[in-house]
Design a protein around this ligand. Structure first.
Ligand SMILES: Nc1ncnc2c1ncn2[C@@H]1O[C@H](COP(=O)(O)OP(=O)(O)OP(=O)(O)O)[C@@H](O)[C@H]1O
Ligand SMILES: [Mg+2]
Length: 244
């Protein structure tokens, strides 16, 4: 069996003297879709930032495609096959769609062709000369996601990419992600729509207060327990409800 595309072993991570993630193990096999769920503040974003190299672990190791990446910079890990789609819309508002797409092609790619991204999100092809900042929130999110098709990653880390979007747009985004997974790209999916994430996922890992409280096949997750975990969590910062 080939090495996991991403593997965290015994990781502790946090900010300053605060430890958020504790004794964390996580592994994503090639082509696998892993849903990472848990209440607000559980440490999901922290985990993705640490896995992609933006945050150093306090303890433990990170392996990318079998190689020790614990001390590797984000750029190196990206070259090794990781692609992070962070929270919020990571596009350059003043540049056109075409310019944004070109910037998403990594320097090590053999081709500067952006056709693959336009096949995933045809709307972008109709808007190539439009200023990215003047597009709708959903279109901007699709543009931010285009890098997943351009960087040829082995594993994409997605942080709440459906946040604040209309259900129809979320449908389009999930259909596109399903296509990406069908091409053999592994996904580590953090998602407020737990049901949608579980539909796509092979496995699920539940994070509560920085620790894993369940890891296994998506259909074996006790959804009531998840809901209790969510309700018992810090509800002073609830997830924003989707608007338009
Ligand atoms: N830059 C930071 N500095 C200090 N503490 C932080 C920082 N970012 C996050 N934290 C803290 O780390 C903990 C985990 O936050 P994180 O954003 O990883 O949670 P999350 O699971 O992504 O939550 P949500 O579902 O709300 O996005 C929280 O207690 C948060 O306050
Ligand atoms: Mg988060």
């Amino acid at each position: 069996m080939s090495a996991p595309v991403l593997e965290l072993r015994g990781v502790h991570a946090g900010y300053g003297r605060t430890t958020v993630l504790r004794e964390l193990d996580l592994s994503v096999a090639p082509g696998e879709v892993l849903a990472l769920v848990g209440p607000n503040g559980a440490g999901k974003t922290t985990l993705l930032r640490m896995a992609s190299g933006l945050l150093k672990p306090q303890l433990g190791t990170v392996h990318v495609a079998g190689a020790d990446a614990t001390r590797q910079a984000p750029f190196r890990r990206a070259k090794g096959g990781l692609c992070l789609v962070p929270e919020g819309r990571g596009v350059f508002a003043d540049l056109t769609v075409r310019e944004n797409l070109r910037l998403q092609v990594p320097p090590w790619a053999e081709s500067e062709d952006v056709t693959r991204a336009l096949e995933a999100f045809p709307i972008l092809g109709e808007r190539l000369d439009q200023r990215a900042g003047s597009m709708s929130g959903g279109q901007q999110q699709m543009l931010a996601l285009a890098r997943c098709w351009l960087a040829k990653p082995a594993c994409v880390l997605l942080d709440e990419v459906s946040m604040g979007l209309a259900p129809r747009v979320v449908d389009d985004i999930f259909a596109a992600l399903k296509g990406l997974a069908a091409e053999g790209v592994a996904l580590l999916l953090v998602e407020q729509y737990v049901d949608r994430a579980l539909e796509l996922a092979d496995r699920v890992q539940l994070l509560e207060r920085g620790r894993t409280t369940f890891a296994g096949p998506a259909d074996q997750l006790d959804r009531d327990a998840v809901l209790r975990g969510y309700l018992g969590a810090d509800v002073s910062h609830p997830s924003p409800q989707p608007t338009t």
